[in-house]
Each structure stands twice: as C-alpha cells, then as structure tokens.
Design a protein around this ligand. Structure first.
Ligand code: SF4
Length: 312
C-alpha cells in the first residue's frame, strides 16, 4: 500500500507565482528554503526552486504557486489579481460547494491510493520525486489500487533511477503487471529513467516543458508532478474523471472531446486558486458518485443543478 498521506495534492503547500499563464511550458523558480517540510507540502515548494530552465521569476510568497504566462497587460503588475473571465458556467460555485460537501469524508480511493500518494516518505527528496513521477506514469489507464500495488512491489526492490536501470525488462514487467499498457510502460520507464540519470542527475526536471518531453509522460502527469513533487501549480490536471464531470456539469462553453481540450477550456475561466484542488476533488467524486456508467444522480447534491442529470 502507499504511504499514508497527511494531505492530498489539493493541499500542496504552494505559492502564487506569476510566470506562464498558458498551457505552455512553465519553469522552476527561486524561493524560500527555510522550511524543511515533506515533499508534498513545503518541501516540494522549497525543492522546486531548482530548475533546469534559464527563466526564473520571483514573486512574493502567497498560498498558491501558480505557473502561467502573463499577457502583455498583466506583465509587471499584480497578475495574480486578474479580471473575471468573460464567461463562466452558471451555478458553478454552488455545484463546486456541493461536490466539496459530498467529498468531505475524503474516503475515495484517490484520497488514500492516488498515484501522488505512493512515494516512500523516508527516501531522499530526489528519490521521492522520482517515485512520484513513476507512480504517475503507472497510473494512466489504471485503477488507483492497481497502481498502488505496483508501487509497493517496486519500492520493495528499492525504487530509484539506478535500481530501475539495473533491472531487466521482464522483471520490471512482472513487478508492474497488471497496470494498463504495462509493456509500453516498461519501455517508457526505462527510457525516462535513463534520461533522468543522464541529464538531471537522477532527479526529475522542474519544468512542465521538460516533464512532458519525457517518454510516457503526458500533460496530466506533468501537471500533477509539478504540484506534488515541486509544489508548483502549472495548470489543471485533467484526467478522464475530470473530463467527464466537467462536461456533464457544462463547465465548458461547448462540449470538449479530450482531456487536453477540457483543460484549456477550464483554465480560461476557473480561478487559479482552485486549479490545484480540482483534480483530487473531481477524481474522487467520479469514483464515488458521478460514475462513468450509471452515475448516482439520486444521491448527488447537484441533481437539481446538473444539466446531465436527467439524460443519464
Ligand atoms: S447529477 Fe448525476 S451526472 Fe450530474 S454531477 Fe451529479 S452524479 Fe454527475
């Protein structure tokens, strides 16, 4: 099983930092190092200063560390205080409050077994960040319980970049089976681990652009890795749960066809201070109530406010 976590990604201790507003590459930044805290909280933020990108900007520490590209009009100004979006969905605040209420028990699989909760708390920060990335790579198309089991088996072997590179492919495949697409993941994990050893001294890169350039690492994984491993909110992590629920609630101007499209549409209007919360909140909601098939609309506090409730 994964290590018990004191908090989910939603509670990552982070600061609001003006950097890149777009879905495009974000970079690491400088910041305080005075708090030697766990990776998932202050430590992630402090460790997040190290960057392999040349671009570094610093803003005063606040609660969230959000990376985005400032528009021309925002540059040099208090870009964290942005104007309201031109469009926002009707009733979204009440719908969000209702989901928070339904999720208040924090008893969904993602709350205990999510990929971002599966690293070894006693390992050095660099190793923990690698384990975060690896658990995210394993998690795609895979239930949290299966990812957690694979991570447990890998950690029992001593899960580091070196141990993975020294392991033969069939052993690695045996350890991670039955995660989805496990054969491809063996290949991607080996390739990514070799790159991390060669270019990053065994650590993971601290920018979104470098993360998504790694084999087998997609945008959702990269955004979660930035948040969990580095304490930086670089964008909204959208998986199939988030994609489905956002469309059911009509949280985009028009229906979206892919998680990436959903992410872009959400980031156009959702206040940035909510970006880090939305993934864990909606994933758990999708696991427990707004199921892919036969959602439990009768038990959902949003039933009266949900455009999809009567069509499912
Ligand atoms: S009413 Fe049904 S479809 Fe709408 S959010 Fe709730 S569970 Fe999902």
């Amino acid at each position: 099983m994964c290590s018990p976590q004191e908090s989910s990604m939603n509670a990552v201790g982070v600061r609001m930092v003006t950097r890149s507003r777009s879905r495009g590459p974000a970079t690491g930044q400088q910041g305080s190092r005075e708090k030697p805290a766990p990776l998932r909280r202050e430590e992630a933020a402090a460790e997040g200063r190290k960057s392999y990108s040349p671009v570094k900007r610093q803003r005063k520490a606040q609660r969230l560390n959000v990376a985005y590209e400032a528009s021309e009009g925002e540059k040099g100004e208090g870009a964290e205080h942005l104007q309201s979006p031109a469009w926002e969905p009707q009733d979204w605040r009440q719908q969000l409050e209702n989901i928070r209420a339904m999720r208040s028990g924090k008893d969904a699989p993602v709350d205990q077994l999510g990929a971002e909760h599966c690293y070894d708390l006693s390992a050095p920060p660099k190793v923990r960040r690698y384990q975060v990335l690896l658990s995210l790579m394993l998690s795609s198309q895979t239930k949290d319980q299966v990812t957690a089991g694979a991570m447990q088996r890998l950690r029992a072997q001593g899960l580091t970049v070196d141990s993975i590179l020294q392991m033969d492919d069939s052993t690695l495949g045996t350890l991670i089976y039955p995660v989805g697409f496990w054969r491809n993941k063996v290949k991607y994990i080996k390739q990514t681990s070799a790159i991390l050893q060669q270019r990053y001294d065994g650590d993971i890169p601290a920018s979104l652009a470098e993360l998504v350039a790694l084999p087998g690492v997609g945008p959702k994984m990269a955004h979660l890795a930035m948040a969990v491993a580095w304490g930086t909110v670089s964008g909204i992590a959208v998986d199939t749960h988030v994609h489905r629920i956002v469309n059911r609630l009509r949280w985009t101007k028009k229906a979206t066809k892919s998680p990436e499209e959903t992410r872009r549409a959400l980031e156009e209007w959702l206040p940035r201070e909510l970006w880090s919360e939305i993934n864990g909140l909606l994933v758990g909601f999708g696991q427990q109530t707004c199921l892919p098939l036969r959602p439990r609309c009768q038990a959902c506090l949003n039933q009266a406010l949900c455009p999809a409730a009567h069509g499912l």
